[in-house]
Every structure is written in structure tokens, then in C-alpha cells.
Design a protein around this ligand. Structure first.
Ligand SMILES: Cc1ncc(COP(=O)(O)O)c(C=O)c1O
Length: 245
């Protein structure tokens, strides 16, 4: 099928939840991709910034093929050696003690939100549940991560959203200080914002956010869905700042 046929069939059978460009991509190699009509493109999008190794990297293709021939899925009811090895690798190269694997960035952030609320409830009681996030942030498309996202254009069709989120301007310590109240349990932010425009936290700001969270007994959550896994030059962007979540 060429571009036109795939697009027409897609419009008939696939839900219209994304604004897509009018081409169907068929294969990739490094930084290049080809569409269904054989046109070649340089891929500056990289799967929305996540294909850090490019397309069809031989080591990645080999690892996925070999694992597919061994086991594709067994659920979390069992221990899985590659999962344990990956968790160890991440722990040994980050400030984290343990890893929670999720299927998407939104799900990882749901996990972080739930963890923060559970921690706050166990340590401080029912009243500490609110999470402060940043204007222009993006944390995902599930209901709670949409609520955490500080961009009203993503909220408008899905209200009422889960309660318990407040938004402050990014890189503004005074606004953050003023927003902290008796219900606040955590601050959640991208060290380098992505979807709302590429805005990096000022180093001094991030250091002071960490200090503020320590002083006020707040958890600090870094969403590194876009800035992590080597894309900033370090494994995680927080390592560039020397400020740990
Ligand atoms: C910073 C950030 N967090 C979360 C997400 C959501 O990730 P996913 O689309 O994998 O759910 C994104 C996606 O662009 C993101 O950039």
C-alpha cells in the first residue's frame, strides 16, 4: 500500500486522537526514514525525541530479536532476568535505590504521583496530598497526569480532572514558595521541559527547589521521560545539575 491508501484506511479504522502528518513511514536506518511511496526523509523528530540510537540500530535489533526468541511476556508474577539486570544497571548509574518499570511516561508519572501521596499519607496523615507542578509542563495523557500537566489546552475536554494539583511558573522560586500550603506533599517538574517548549531549569533555581523541599518536608519528583536516558548528555538531566530528586 502507498501513503494514500494507508492514510485512507487509517482514517477509517484508527481513532482520530492525534494530528498526523500525511505520510506513512515504512522503515528507518540511523537518522533516515522512508515512507510508503519510497520517499526518503531525515528524521529530526526521532519518535518524539526518544529514538536516541536512531532507527534499526544493530545492537538494539539483535537484543530485541534474541529476547523475542526466548520469552516475550510472562507478567510481573515471576522474576525476569533481563528486568533485574536493567534495574541493577539503572540503580548503579543513578541516585535511585529501586526501579519501577512502566509501559509509558504517563504510567511512570501516575506511579510517582501515587507513591508521593502514599508516602505523605503514611508520614503526615490524610491532609497532605497536593502536588505543585509547573506551567508549560507535560506529564502525560492519563487523567491524573493531564491534571499534573500545567497547560490548560490539554485540560479543556476532560473536566473534571482529579483534584490536588497546583501550577506555578517555571524558574520562579518565589511563586513556588508562595504556592506551598498545608496540603502540599510534593513538587513535580521536568528539569528540562520538552513538550511545552524546550526550557531548562536555571541551575540555581533547581538547587533552591531541592533546599526548599528539604526544609518543608516535600518530595521532589523529576519527570525525565524526555530529558532522561542519555538525551541531555548525562544518563539523567538531574546529573548535569547535581540536584537529586
Ligand atoms: C516530560 C514528559 N513526561 C511524560 C510524557 C508522557 O509519556 P508517554 O507518551 O510515554 O505516556 C511525555 C511525552 O511526551 C513527556 O515529554
Amino acid at each position: 500500500m502507498g501513503n494514500q491508501n494507508i492514510i485512507e484506511a487509517g482514517q477509517q479504522y484508527v481513532m482520530n486522537t492525534y494530528g498526523r502528518l500525511p505520510l506513512a513511514l515504512m522503515k528507518g536506518q540511523g537518522a533516515r526514514v522512508w515512507d510508503a511511496d519510497g520517499n526518503e526523509y531525515l528524521d529530526f523528530v526521532a519518535g518524539i525525541a526518544v529514538n536516541a540510537l536512531g532507527h534499526n540500530h544493530p545492537a538494539l535489533t539483535k537484543a530485541i530479536s534474541e529476547q523475542a526468541a526466548e520469552l516475550l511476556h510472562v507478567s510481573n508474577l515471576y522474576w525476569i532476568e533481563p528486568q533485574v539486570k536493567l534495574a541493577k544497571l539503572l540503580v548503579e548509574n543513578s541516585c535511585c535505590d529501586k526501579v519501577f518499570f512502566a509501559n509509558s511516561g504517563a504510567e511512570a508519572n501516575e506511579g510517582a504521583i501515587k507513591l508521593a501521596r502514599k508516602y505523605a499519607k503514611e508520614h503526615y496523615g490524610e491532609d497532605k496530598f497536593e502536588i505543585i507542578t509547573m506551567n508549560k509542563s507535560f506529564h502525560g495523557r492519563t487523567l491524573a497526569t493531564l491534571a499534573a500537566t500545567g497547560q490548560s489546552k490539554f485540560h479543556q475536554d476532560f473536566k473534571p480532572l482529579p483534584a490536588g494539583f497546583r501550577y506555578v511558573p517555571f524558574n520562579d522560586l518565589t511563586a513556588l514558595e508562595e504556592a506551598i500550603g498545608p496540603h502540599t506533599c510534593a513538587v513535580m517538574m521536568e528539569p528540562i521541559q520538552g513538550e511545552g517548549g524546550v526550557y531548562a531549569a536555571e541551575p540555581d533555581y533547581l538547587t533552591k527547589v531541592r533546599q526548599l523541599c528539604n526544609e518543608r518536608n516535600l518530595l521532589l519528583i523529576f519527570d525525565e521521560v524526555q530529558s532522561g536516558i542519555g538525551r541531555s548528555g548525562e544518563l539523567f538531566a538531574y546529573q548535569l545539575y547535581g540536584v537529586e530528586p
